[in-house]
Structures are given as structure tokens and as C-alpha cells.
Unconditional design. Structure first.
Length: 221
């Protein structure tokens, strides 16, 4: 698989609410100078819904989780026990010249490789399956990660002038620390551990206030 020349690795030290998790991803998209891989966790049972998802499909949940609307597309994704990550590709990087589908497949091949080398014989979906639900993990698209015929890793993307944001979730896998290191090393031979800068966090908090934390954004559809 294609490996990038340099990867910045961010591992959030503590869980965040859904709005802040989404805002940090967008703030990194605006500012990062290198391809970045970020792992993050959630403060409690949470659900992220795609940019085009209907809020009505989740507001009637029997146990109300923390709900946030992503800037990326895709369906409804439960969070809490999963491994959640994002990859940000700056527009000036050669990797950005690949199609969104090619980038999607490359990243999922990296996940498949890590799982397979740790005794989980995962595969990539060769084609999309019929859509049966608004739940993301009920519907595999091409290059999603499968285990025993069931989708275990999916993602959604948004491409802007600043770059490409890929937000993914792995619902079955390895201890977090093992997966963090092995996935990063699969993507690049040169991995630099980074911490979020104060300016990035300040921008993220503004995005929470003005966008991700607002009812207008959450209930826009």
C-alpha cells in the first residue's frame, strides 16, 4: 500500500464531548501542514450522524446519548467502545491528488493489514451492499473493512480547499495503544507524535460555540 513520507500522530489525552471532537478535526483540517492521524475518545455513550442524516432518526433513542452532527457524510455511528480516528490530508500534499475513493481504500487497507497481522483475518468489501438502514455499520460500501462478513470499520469524508478530512470508526479490534502505534506505522515509516496546539484548541472551542454545539447545526435536517 502507499505509505506517506511523514505522519503527525495525535492521541487525545482525555475523552471529549462529541461537539469538541468534531470541532478539533475541523480545526486541524484548517491548520495542519502534514498528513495527520488523530485518535480520540468520547465522554460517554455517543452517536455521530452524517451531514445529510435526519435528526429524527436518532432523537427517539430509548437511552439518549450525546448526539453530534459530523461535517462529513455517511450514516449513524455509535461511539464509546469503538476506536475513533481521523486522518487529515492537506491540499498541498501529493496524497491529496488521489481520488477520495483511493484514499478511502488506502486507509482501510492499513486497518485490514493491522488486524490481519494480529490474528484477525479481515477483508475489504469489493462492492457496496444494499442499503438496509441509516445505521452506518448496517451497510458496507466498497473498501469497508469486514470480518466474518460483517462490517467492522467504516468512514466518511469531506474534501475542501484546505484538504481532505477522513473520519473513521473501528468497532472491533485490538487494545487501543497497540492499534494506534501499528496503524500509524503502517501509514508511514516516519511518525512524529504531536500535541494539539493552543491555537488549534482555541479555534475548536469557537467551532463548538458557533457550529457543532448549536441546536441549529444538530437539527439542520
Amino acid at each position: 500500500m502507499h505509505r506517506v513520507d511523514l505522519l503527525h500522530l495525535y492521541v487525545d489525552p482525555q475523552p471529549n464531548g462529541g461537539a469538541l471532537n468534531m470541532a478539533i478535526d475541523e480545526a486541524l483540517l484548517e491548520s495542519t501542514a502534514a498528513i495527520s492521524l488523530r485518535f480520540y475518545r468520547w465522554t460517554g455513550p455517543s452517536v455521530s450522524i452524517g451531514y445529510f442524516s435526519k435528526f429524527a432518526d436518532v432523537e427517539q433513542y430509548e437511552v439518549q446519548p450525546d448526539i453530534v452532527r459530523r461535517w462529513t457524510g455517511g450514516g449513524i455511528v455509535p461511539h464509546g467502545e469503538d476506536i475513533t480516528y481521523s486522518v487529515i490530508v492537506p491540499a498541498n500534499h501529493e496524497f491529496f491528488l488521489q481520488s477520495s475513493a483511493e484514499i478511502y481504500a488506502t486507509l482501510h487497507e492499513g486497518i485490514r493489514h493491522v488486524l490481519s497481522t494480529n490474528g484477525i483475518p479481515a477483508t475489504l468489501a469489493g462492492a457496496a451492499s444494499p442499503t438496509i438502514s441509516d445505521a452506518c455499520f448496517a451497510n458496507a460500501v466498497r473498501a469497508d473493512v469486514l470480518f466474518k462478513g460483517k462490517k467492522i470499520a467504516g468512514a466518511a469524508q469531506r474534501r475542501t480547499r484546505a484538504g481532505l478530512l477522513h473520519q473513521g470508526s473501528l468497532q472491533l479490534g485490538l487494545p487501543r495503544e497497540t492499534f494506534h502505534a501499528e496503524f500509524a506505522n503502517t501509514l508511514s515509516a516516519s511518525v512524529e507524535r504531536k500535541e494539539l496546539q493552543a491555537a488549534t484548541l482555541a479555534r475548536a472551542h469557537l467551532l463548538v460555540r458557533d457550529k457543532y454545539g448549536t441546536s441549529a447545526w444538530l437539527r439542520r435536517r
